[in-house]
Design a protein around this ligand. Structure first.
Ligand SMILES: [Zn+2]
Length: 98
């Protein structure tokens, strides 16, 4: 379980380009945009003292990210998933990580 912090005013319903599912985009406080399963269920909201935007906390248990559900999620992820997926590390012929 993880808690993600999103900007409430950045939420926008959209469509996954990979599988066509209805999703909701939200900008994380880190600046990254992230797709969530509908509906997003914030557990709390607070106002940022920095810029006045409303920040919502969501738990991935209640509001899973679409990354976890998308059948095409593999094609989204650029970073290798780790030792459990030898195929992806073999595929990246042009990448050298020193
Ligand atoms: Zn998808």
């Amino acid at each position: 379980m993880a808690t993600l912090r999103i900007y409430q005013d950045s939420r926008a319903v959209g469509t996954c380009r990979s599988c066509g599912a209805a999703i909701e985009w939200a900008e994380l406080t880190t600046g990254a945009r992230h797709p969530f399963e509908l509906p997003i269920k914030p557990i709390r909201a607070q106002q940022s003292l920095v810029d006045g935007r409303t920040i919502e906390d969501v738990e991935t248990r209640d509001s899973p990210t679409h990354f976890a559900r998308c059948p095409d999620a593999k094609s989204w992820r650029r970073q290798p998933a780790g030792p459990s997926s030898p195929e992806t590390s073999r595929r990246g012929g042009g990448v050298s990580n020193r």
